[in-house]
Design a protein around this ligand. Structure first.
Ligand code: SF4
Ligand code: SF4
Length: 119
């Protein structure tokens, strides 16, 4: 696990807090966190009647789902700014200063996908 501390131009130390989880029970799928993030980390998903998290189709209606929830699609892109959390009125986003296992797993999955595509 890695931890980063950055010295800002004014001399202050800043420790990024990376996104680690979104509480799907609390999330209302409002999209405010998505609009706050400039780093392609988040993806709005849907929950079907069986409780499974599924992708949203272009032609789908809101009535097709039980609810919408935000998911962490690319955790490896997170820069730890916490803008998403500050804009979440439901306080359902968690952060950590450490790049934990979720990042390693995502990076491994992406690397495998790239390798398969270029084979
Ligand atoms: S902490 Fe910043 S970079 Fe990471 S998901 Fe939230 S808004 Fe995006
Ligand atoms: S701002 Fe909070 S409640 Fe809204 S979609 Fe993001 S995580 Fe869910």
């Amino acid at each position: 696990m890695a931890m980063f501390t950055v010295t800002l131009p004014g001399g202050r130390l800043w420790t990024p807090q990376f996104i680690t989880a979104i509480d799907a029970e609390k999330c209302i799928g409002c999209g405010r966190c998505f609009k706050s993030c400039a780093h392609d980390v988040l993806q709005l998903m849907a929950v079907d009647e069986d409780g499974a998290t599924i992708a949203i189709g272009e032609d789908d209606d809101d009535d097709d789902y039980e609810k919408k929830v935000m998911s962490i699609e690319h955790p490896e892109n997170c820069v730890g700014c916490e803008a998403c959390g500050r804009n979440c009125s439901k306080r359902c986003i968690s952060f950590s200063a450490e790049k934990t296992e979720v990042y390693s797993l995502q990076i491994e999955a992406n690397t495998a996908t790239i390798a398969a595509a270029s084979a």
